[in-house]
Each structure stands twice: as structure tokens, then as C-alpha cells.
Design a protein around this ligand. Structure first.
Ligand SMILES: Cc1cc2nc3c(=O)[nH]c(=O)nc-3n(C[C@H](O)[C@H](O)[C@H](O)COP(=O)(O)O)c2cc1C
Length: 332
């Protein structure tokens, strides 16, 4: 029987299949169900910088030093009380999950600015988290701030969180960087042990009757896999970090493709929310069949075999593919 084991952030995972942050990982019951169904690790829902700074404001009546985003963000945030104990709840969940589960429990922080809030990372480690995922969700909407400045701030944030913890640290990236490969390498240089590709950006819509912005949350489709697939293939072997794919994995085919590209972990949220935790078993069995049929002994043997590690000039390769793709169009 092929060995599905994979190493991610230094953990020997039974399979590469991981439950990424979603409401399903937000309760102990949900986490137990995911482990029972075959998840090899779980990422808890993020604790947001805004929640922590809000808590601090409620408690101390003062702004946390350095958390610049809060002053403006507070206008859009729910009332005090909503966030009360967001941190306490997370710490309780981490401790309970560690107690109940045998698989690695990865906590998640979501923020953009360096500030007092990053010291929370230490409390999360103390509560028992096996690793920490830092989600850098940012929409670079200010025309007066250039890419270099924003990237520098993100790198400072990674370094600040790194300085707080000794557990492995992964960074969940957006695909919107001018030079993503360089930023990925810099993130590793300042302390990321792993990269999660990618954050999904939620695109709000307009309501033509109320003329209001309507937040919409649509689950991913399998077509969205292409973006992480390409970037994992480009980064595999070029950055010294574990790589996890997130966005568009809904089947064994999706999981196998990201492994071929060079991923160490295949993360899922939408597929689990749509079809339930049983998706883990289904995908695991189908992966096993595929590996047997194609005479692979293990996931390790498969990993990265379709990456661009050996390509001396990935930029030229990408241009050639682009040209080929456009030329291949035939009217349907
Ligand atoms: C309802 C919902 C809640 C989510 N909450 C978080 C979160 O708290 N932190 C985070 O990093 N990602 C969060 N995500 C993003 C997922 O972890 C995942 O990266 C994204 O959905 C893409 O993967 P998928 O195609 O498997 O859904 C959430 C996704 C959904 C659908």
C-alpha cells in the first residue's frame, strides 16, 4: 500500500490532507469530527488583530501602541461586547483541542501591522498550539503607499511574530504581489517555516436597490486550484520552507496535482463546508487508488515531480506557456 505520509512544518503527517481555517475548525466537536474523518492536521479560525486591539480598548480604554489600522477600522467594526474574550475563547479552544486530538493543532493570527497585539502569539504557544499560521490579509488600497513599503511592513510583522514563538510559523499569503517569489523568499528569511498559498480574497458586490455594499461569501470552485498550483510549482525547491496549497482543492485529483507541483500539504475548507468532513476519507481512498494504479510507492516519491525546480528560466517558461495557451484557442 502506498505511503501517504508527508512532512509539513516539521510534523510527520499521516497524509497531506489538512483542514484549513473555517467555521468547521472553530469548535471542539468540529475538530473531533475532522480528526475522526481523517484530517492530518487542523488550522483553527483566525484571531484578528482588530479583535485583539478592540479587546485592549475595551479593557484599558486606550489604543494599543503601533496598531495603526485600528483607528480607522473601528468605524466598520461591530460594537464592544462582540469581541469580548475573542482571545480567551481561542486560548480555551487551543487547550481543549490539544487535550482531545492527536493531530497537530495550528492556531491562526490574522493581521497587517506590527504592534503590541503580536505578543498574543506567545500566549497561543503557551496554551499548547503546535504551530502558528499568520494570515497577511491586506488590500493595498492606498495609492500613496508603494509595494516596497507595504512588503517591508509585512516582513516586520512576520519577524515580530517569529520573535514571540518557538513553535513552527507558517505565513498565509495573498497572490497579489508585484514579485511574489521574492516576497516568499524574504518571508522565509525573516522566519517563516512554511508558506500557505493562497488566501482567498472576498469580492463584495453592490445592491442596486439599496446602493449598499453587500459582503458576499462564495465557496471556492475547483478551477481556483490553478493559482496555487502554478505558484507552488514555481516556488518548490526555490524557497527553504514547507509549502501548503489552499484554494480550490475539492477532490483527490486536486490534492494529487498540488503534490506533483511540490506542496507538502493540501488544505481544504470549501469542500468540507459543502460536503462535510467525510470528504477526507473519500479523497484519501481515491488518492491511494491513483498512486497504486500509477505505481507510486509514496507521496514523497510523487512530490514535486511536476515542479519547475529544474527549469533554469521559469520566467521564459511562463511566457512560452502563455503564448502557447493563447494560440491554442479554437472557437467552440
Ligand atoms: C466561511 C469561511 C471562513 C474562513 N475563515 C478563515 C479564517 O478565519 N482564517 C483564514 O486564514 N482563512 C479562513 N478562511 C479561508 C480558508 O481557510 C481557505 O484558505 C479558503 O477558503 C480557500 O480554500 P478552499 O478553496 O478549500 O475553500 C475561511 C474560509 C471560509 C469559506
Amino acid at each position: 500500500m502506498p505511503d501517504l505520509g508527508s512532512r509539513y512544518l516539521g510534523f510527520a503527517l499521516r497524509t497531506p490532507l489538512v483542514a484549513s481555517s473555517s467555521p468547521l475548525t472553530g469548535t471542539l466537536d468540529g475538530l473531533r469530527q475532522l480528526e475522526d474523518a481523517g484530517a492530518s492536521a487542523v488550522v483553527l479560525p483566525s484571531l484578528f488583530e482588530e479583535e485583539l486591539v478592540h479587546d485592549a480598548l475595551v479593557l484599558h480604554g486606550a489604543l494599543e501602541e503601533g496598531s495603526e489600522s485600528f483607528a480607522e477600522a473601528r468605524t466598520y467594526l461591530p460594537e464592544p461586547g462582540h469581541y469580548e474574550s475573542a482571545l480567551d475563547k481561542l486560548l480555551e479552544l487551543v487547550a481543549a483541542a490539544k487535550d482531545a486530538l492527536a493531530i497537530p493543532v495550528i492556531a491562526s493570527l490574522n493581521g497587517t501591522t506590527r504592534g503590541g497585539w503580536t505578543s498574543i502569539a506567545r500566549a497561543i504557544e503557551t496554551a499548547g498550539a503546535d504551530a502558528l499560521e499568520l494570515n497577511l490579509y491586506r488590500v493595498a488600497a492606498d495609492p500613496s503607499r508603494n509595494a516596497a513599503e507595504l512588503e517591508q511592513r509585512s516582513l516586520e510583522l512576520i519577524a515580530a511574530v517569529r520573535a514571540e514563538v518557538t513553535i513552527p510559523l507558517s505565513v498565509k499569503l495573498s497572490p497579489f504581489f508585484t514579485a511574489l517569489a521574492d516576497f516568499a523568499a524574504c518571508a522565509v528569511k525573516v522566519g517563516a517555516d512554511g508558506l500557505v498559498l493562497f488566501n482567498r480574497f472576498y469580492q463584495p458586490d453592490f445592491d442596486l436597490e439599496t446602493l449598499e455594499i453587500v459582503p458576499t461569501l462564495t465557496l471556492s470552485t475547483p478551477e481556483e486550484l490553478r493559482l496555487p498550483l502554478r505558484w507552488i510549482a514555481l516556488l518548490h525547491g526555490r524557497v527553504k520552507a514547507s509549502l501548503a496549497a489552499s484554494s480550490g482543492i475539492h477532490s483527490a485529483q486536486g490534492a494529487l496535482k498540488v503534490l506533483l507541483a511540490g506542496a507538502d500539504a493540501a488544505m481544504m475548507a470549501s469542500a468540507l463546508l459543502r460536503r462535510g468532513p467525510g470528504v477526507f476519507r473519500e479523497i484519501e481512498q481515491a488518492m491511494m487508488r491513483w498512486l497504486e494504479e500509477h505505481e507510486y510507492q509514496s507521496v514523497t516519491q510523487l512530490k514535486g515531480s511536476a515542479s519547475q525546480r529544474a527549469s533554469p528560466n521559469p520566467e521564459a517558461f511562463e511566457r512560452a506557456q502563455y503564448l502557447r495557451t493563447l494560440r491554442s484557442y479554437t472557437k467552440g
